[in-house]
Ligand binder design. Sequence first.
Ligand SMILES: [Zn+2]
Length: 233
Amino acid sequence: MQEIAHAVYQIRVLGAQVWLLADEPLTLIDTGTRGSGGAILRALERLGRRPEALAWVVLTHYHPDHLGALPELLRACPRLRVAIHAAEAPYLACPSALPNPIARDYRWLRAVVERAWPLVRLRRCCPVHVQLRDGAPLPDRPAARVLHLPGHTPGSSAVYLPEKGVVLAGDALERRGGALGPPGRPFTEDMAAAHASIARLAAADFETLALSHWPLVPRRAASAVRALAERLG
Ligand SMILES: [Zn+2]
């Protein structure tokens, strides 16, 4: 567990990194793959917090390495409420409708994932208490904002903490070999939209950029995103 800004913790779980906003209300961003609940509960314990204290989980998008542990967290954390972008809220209510996440050009990989999909998608319906929209504050957190960054998925969203200079961007970008780039092509539904989202993110002012599967950009992250946006032009 790494404190990437005051009271913002990055936690390694199965298949991803998630974040905990440890000031009130205690808020988790993403859950990791199914089975990640234990690591998240241990992180809470290390911070001296009980499962009952976890108030919100905000999901960056529907992929199973981001929401797979949601059912186990809902069981363990009785006060937990769920927020996801409005475009993807229906998938939680009806997990059998979760679409295959592989881009249409990758037919072979798409067929493999199609066969395995029933094993990895959510097995039960989950409530959505708040449907997020671009520019809206996070639930009960007026200083934090949702940035809708569609492309990787239609509802992909980042959490922007302007007062801490932090963006938690999920899978909207990669940092392969130390350099920022657009999200991986096989897993990205609409690459043109993903590029446009990077240009939108480049307009925000922030210092630190955290990604779900890549090393942190601790400083001068906005200028790195601006340079990428210009390159993608
Ligand atoms: Zn993803």
